[in-house]
Design a protein around this ligand. Structure first.
Ligand code: DER
Length: 228
């Protein structure tokens, strides 16, 4: 199966766990997009009533085009379930997220549930966070220099994320901040690094999701769906 077919298999599996009447946080990225498509299909074919809470403009636009009813993030404080992708997943279900620059709003939505389901192709599994991915940061623009200096003291090399074609200059998040990527060596204590980053004023979000995911669904070429 192709990478995309693996992502789809994980997305479909998670969407099939959604029950009638639920209010569900809907993540961002290519894997989450497959989950959203399957949810729309289930609403249509099974007639289930599900309300979504989106984590980005990307997912909001997809939900609107598919007719999935949405509530604003600011209207809710508890969600029955949240389903999202990830960039790295360790054996303790700790994550690096943020490739899509959506991690701040995704973390807010993830904080509203005790049923946080992560979906991914098995290539996202790592033994130690930081093996492949930098840690995305969401930074108040005026703090970029002071944050860069302080993250360097923690062992991270910070690079401001520049826009793809279609936007000259830096990526701006849905909340209007800069995104930067902090490259660390493999992270021995991700919980401590998360706390250290949270103490640097000007960092409003980071992509370390520690002790948040309650279930991981990995789609693997050889082993099929792996859940832990
Ligand atoms: O940016 C994000 O947080 C996405 O969820 C990312 O972590 C996973 O995106 P993908 O499913 O397209 O790999």
């Amino acid at each position: 199966a192709s990478m995309d077919e693996l992502k789809k298999a994980a997305g479909v599996r998670a969407a099939d766990m959604i029950k009638d009447g639920m209010i569900v946080g809907l993540g961002t990225g290519s894997t989450a997009a497959h989950m959203v498509n399957r949810l729309a299909e289930r609403i249509k074919t099974e007639g289930i009533h599900v309300t979504g809470v989106s984590t980005s403009w990307s997912t909001t636009l997809q939900c609107r085009s598919l007719g999935i009813p949405l509530k604003e993030m600011g209207e809710v404080s508890h969600l029955d379930m949240v389903i999202d992708g990830a960039d790295e997943i360790d054996p303790n279900r700790n994550l690096i997220k943020g490739r899509g620059a959506a991690h701040l709003l995704e973390k807010i939505v993830a904080s509203m549930t005790d049923n946080y389901v992560i979906i991914a192709d098995s290539g996202k599994a790592v033994q130690q966070l930081g093996t492949k991915f930098a840690v995305p940061l969401e930074i108040i623009p005026g703090a970029i220099a002071v944050v860069t200096e302080r993250v360097k003291k923690l062992g991270g090399e910070v690079k401001v994320r520049m826009g793809a074609p279609g936007k000259d200059g830096p990526v701006i998040s849905d909340s209007g901040n800069l995104i930067a990527d902090a490259k660390f060596a493999p992270i021995a204590d991700p919980d401590k690094l998360a706390r250290d980053l949270e103490h640097i004023v000007g960092i409003v979000g980071h992509g370390l999701f520690i002790n948040m995911a309650t279930k991981v669904i990995l789609a693997d070429e050889a082993k099929g769906l792996i859940e832990f």
